[in-house]
Design a protein around this ligand. Structure first.
Ligand SMILES: Cc1cc2nc3c(=O)[nH]c(=O)nc-3n(C[C@H](O)[C@H](O)[C@H](O)COP(=O)(O)OP(=O)(O)OC[C@H]3O[C@@H](n4cnc5c(N)ncnc54)[C@H](O)[C@@H]3O)c2cc1C
Length: 458
């Protein structure tokens, strides 16, 4: 294999690497971009997601909302130019609670999100109030901001599937889902059509001289060759620290294992036009008394009686004739070394189903005979404050796009555009600074991290 030269080499054809290639080649017109992938495009994490998006982010400033609004703008542009081949909808995220203590927090969250640019908040606390439901398809007539519904009658009318104990729901509106695979393949095809060379091969080394990138070593079929380049992008998803180590760097990231349950809701418990349903309350799984006794008696099963945290969520999946539902209950939030294939807990489907049944009691009908579930999942690769890394690293010419936790699909277009702007030295948006890898060198930022609070993970 002959050695060759590339203007920019991107390691990893997940959504982050593909979006970067797209914005460099298609939008910034950069020639001679190489996209390297050791396996199949999108197949490590990017095809394992719930495919949802939201501009609903809290935080200390408007950076996350800014990035997401920009990214969603791109999703809408792509949806329009492809006749909505990416199946973008705008059904919203519906956060629900039965706990009166949550209501002030919901009010405050809606206020902060409005201040950060997520759109206006509307409070519905009387049955006269004019709440507009989301349409099931498309995104053109969508509202933004939030509807905080405190009037039980409105909740029961529009969301009859929810538990009668729900006293408040917050409907975040510039949110929904889309086909991540279609998006990824569209961006990849466009990138290739604009000259990006896609090469199957594994990055096994990066040549650095005087703290500057000189080339990338690629191994394929037991042969190694070098691509000479002065610009290298680390988009290796959960394996980003392996690549950083090749540059002599260590990234402030961890990986968490997250599983997703996919099952046939043949009883039609989740309405096909439902938004994303999210339980804000802490989940203690419902068990019958005799089950509880058995679980209690054995040390290896006692954990099933403990807390599974808040945030269990589900949504309908597929077209009008589909009965499929996606469900997540994220309880593996400790850092772990990424290994493949990922082995999921055998209990994960039952945990997700029982946790979700607290918000949607109709799901209890599946406790006796759960339809055979399909499990998949991947890693959330995260920084301490759950904000991405986008920009140049401490080695000249080495860049990163990643650590996108549970939001990499929704952020991909905004993040790819941003990294392309860094590399081509184009003008940067206000939110660029918040995602620079160098932010951790600032002692002030380190102090801020200690009091960060909610990291907005779902
Ligand atoms: C269960 C679950 C649900 C999620 N739900 C959502 C959601 O609803 N919305 C959302 O926006 N996000 C969601 N996410 C997050 C999203 O999937 C990720 O943030 C995103 O896919 C990360 O993309 P990536 O390109 O950084 O990484 P990856 O998709 O993992 O891509 C990295 C690529 O780099 C390649 N690579 C690694 N090392 C090398 C090497 N040495 N040489 C060559 N190639 C290499 C890998 O093979 C891989 O293809 C979810 C994630 C999970 C696990």
């Amino acid at each position: 294999m002959t050695d060759s030269h590339a203007e920019i080499v991107i390691c990893g054809a997940g959504i982050a690497g593909i979006a970067t290639a797209y914005f460099l080649a298609v939008k910034a017109k950069v020639q001679n971009v190489v996209l390297l992938e050791r396996d199949t495009p999108l197949a490590m994490t990017s095809d394992k997601s719930t495919e949802c998006y939201r501009n609903w982010w809290g935080g200390i400033d408007n950076a996350m909302v800014g990035l997401m609004n920009r990214s969603i703008d791109w999703l809408e542009v792509i949806a329009k130019e492809t006749d909505n081949q990416i199946h973008l909808n705008r059904r919203g995220y519906l956060y629900a609670t039965s706990d009166p203590n949550q209501i002030p927090k919901m009010r405050q969250a809606a206020e902060i999100a409005e201040k950060n640019g997520a759109g206006k908040r509307r409070i519905h606390d009387s049955s006269e109030s004019n709440y507009t439901p989301a349409s099931a398809h498309g995104f053109a007539d969508g509202l933004d901001g939030t509807d905080l519904i405190l009037e039980p009658e409105i909740i029961r009318t529009h969301f009859p599937e929810l538990n009668d104990n729900v006293i408040a729901v917050l409907h975040a509106r510039r949110c929904g889902w889309f086909s991540a695979q279609q998006l990824g393949m569209y961006l990849l095809e466009q990138a290739k059509a604009h000259g990006v060379r896609y090469i199957r091969g594994e990055v096994t080394g990066v040549d650095v001289l005087e703290n500057a990138v000189q080339g990338v070593q690629v191994t394929r079929d037991a042969q190694t060759f070098t691509l000479a380049t002065s610009k290298f992008v680390n988009a290796a998803g959960p394996l980003q620290n392996q690549i950083a180590n090749m540059l002599g760097l260590e990234l402030p990231i961890i990986n968490e294992r997250h599983a997703k349950l996919y099952f046939n809701d043949h009883l039609g418990v989740i309405p096909r036009n439902a938004p994303m349903l999210i339980n804000l309350d802490e989940a203690y799984l419902p068990w019958a008394d005799d089950e509880r006794e058995v679980l209690e008696s054995d040390e290896s099963t006692r954990w099933l009686l403990g807390s599974f945290g808040s945030g269990a969520h589900c949504r309908p999946e597929g077209g009008d004739s589909s009965k499929n539902v996606l469900m997540l209950c994220n309880y593996h939030t400790q850092a772990t070394e990424p290994t493949f294939p990922i082995v999921h807990d055998p209990e994960a489907p039952e945990i997700a189903l029982r946790a979700m049944s607290l918000l949607v009691p109709g799901l209890k009908r599946y406790f006796e005979h759960t339809p055979k579930p399909v499990m998949d999942g991947g890693y959330y690769t995260k920084t301490p404050e759950n904000r991405p890394l986008i920009g140049e690293l401490a080695v000249k010419g080495a860049y990163i796009i990643g650590a996108m936790g549970g939001f990499g699909l929704m952020a991909a277009c905004g993040a790819g555009e941003l990294l392309s702007a860094h590399i081509t030295k184009a003008s940067l948006p206000d939110y660029a600074r918040a995602f620079l890898p160098s932010r951790y060198e600032d002692p002030e930022y380190q102090r801020l991290l200690e009091t960060w609070g909610d990291v907005g993970q779902l």
